[in-house]
Design a protein around this ligand. Structure first.
Ligand code: GLA
Length: 403
């Protein structure tokens, strides 16, 4: 009797729900990382030396250089900010970061967001305090400071938990790793604060397959980048085949930018930036911003290249073919447009390497009107045309109406 009486009520409730449900079946725009996160991270230049002052100076410079207005919003503190836990388990900053809340307020006052770093293990990679056993407490602490982004770096979790609890059992070790990332994901979610969640576990266990399911907004696909062409090229090569895993809210992360660092040539800086844009990679600059050279600033703030990276469809570039030592990658953009990257990846610095463009391989048929995104000039692409590029240089093109 009770059962049958409740049926009409359920039917009414259902009908109401159906009437109120949004008619559009358009995919929801994610709360964070709808396009690849853009910003700056302290590690590639400052590493363990970073201080509160460096973060403030960098935030100032992001604004002064025009980077903020070009889309660089996250200012991320990497490893070595951590101090000790008190008797209640609350983590404190070390003397390099006297007041994290004040720092967050400062960064926010500039129209920027603040990111931080931790590990699921007992220690971070640099040997500072990790979050093991304190996940909820740390997530709450980050939220209370006003943190907007967390990079969570596997490191000591490997020996301290995976190898200890599941010796010689790779599958069980991987389950422990996934559970650790899931745990922090839930803890971040429970804070109610929108916090970008960045996995740093070097691509283990095909992270791209499971990270989005447990709240990962981006995940490193490889080991650490270095400011050398070979490192950049090796990482680029490892992105082949990962395009289908990227999309709004969840991105492959080929590691932070080295643009402006080390001895990279101008061509290498340009190619590195262009290809990370093509890959829908997070664009986290990692250079010394207060001493940035004008040509480096020009690369990092090229609006046309950033627009490729931030295209709302979020389609990561695919490798199409190579001719000799020239590789061709393409990416579909909103409104039917297409981006094409033609890169001379060869290591012979002094010679040029003739390459003839095969339009059919790109699914294109007649002459294409394109824009060269580094010179800003119009260029007509014809089949079999000769393209000569110096070593490690790139031709980055946008075709508004491919035919
Ligand atoms: C690892 C990460 C780097 C950086 C350092 C910090 O090596 O992959 O990006 O965060 O740790 O210790």
């Amino acid at each position: 009797m009770r059962f049958s009486a409740s049926l009409p009520l359920a039917a009414i409730a259902l009908a109401t729900l159906i009437t109120l449900a949004p008619i559009s079946s358009a995919p929801q725009v994610p709360k964070v990382a709808a396009t690849p996160p853009m910003g700056w991270n302290s590690w590639n230049y400052f590493a363990g030396k970073v201080t509160d002052k460096d973060i403030r100076d960098s935030a100032d410079q992001i604004v002064a250089s025009g980077m903020r207005d070009a889309g660089y919003i996250y200012v991320n503190i990497d490893d070595t900010w951590e101090g000790e836990r008190d008797t209640s388990g609350v983590l404190h900053t070390n003397s390099k970061f006297p007041d994290m809340k004040a720092l967050a307020d400062y960064v926010h006052s500039k129209g920027l967001k603040l990111g931080i770093y931790s590990s699921p293990g007992p220690k971070t990679c640099a040997g500072y305090e990790g979050s093991l056993g304190h996940e909820e407490q740390d997530a709450q602490l980050y939220a209370s400071w006003g943190i907007d982004y967390l990079k969570y770096d596997l490191c000591s979790f490997i020996p301290a938990v995976m190898e200890k609890q599941a010796p010689n059992d790779k599958a069980a070790q991987m389950r422990l790793m996934v559970a650790a990332y899931d745990k922090m994901g839930k803890a971040l979610k429970a804070t109610g604060r929108p916090i970008v969640y960045s996995f740093c576990q070097y691509g283990w266990d095909n992270v791209w397959e499971w990270a989005p399911g447990i709240g990962g907004n981006l995940w490193r696909t490889t080991g650490d980048i270095q400011a050398r062409w070979q490192s950049i090229y090796d990482i680029l090569s490892q992105q082949k085949g990962l395009a289908s895993y990227a999309g709004p809210g969840h991105w492959n992360d080929p590691d932070m930018l080295e643009v402006g660092n080390g001895k990279l040539s101008l061509a290498e800086n340009r190619t590195h930036f262009s290809m990370w844009a093509m890959l829908a990679a997070p664009l986290l600059a990692g250079n010394d911003l207060p001493n940035m050279k004008p040509e480096v600033k020009a690369i990092l703030t090229n609006r046309d290249v950033i627009a490729i990276n931030q295209d709302p469809l979020g389609h990561q570039a695919r490798y199409i073919y190579s001719g000799g030592q020239v590789e061709v990658w393409t990416r579909d953009l909103k409104g039917g447009a297409k981006a094409i990257a033609i890169v001379n990846v060869g290591s012979d610095v002094y010679s040029t390497h003739p390459f003839h463009l095969d339009l059919a391989q790109l699914g294109l048929h007649s002459t294409q009107h394109a824009k060269d995104l580094w010179t800003g000039k119009a260029i007509d692409l014809t089949n079999n045309m000769l393209i000569e590029l110096p070593s490690h240089d790139i031709l980055l093109l946008r075709i508004a109406n491919p035919r």
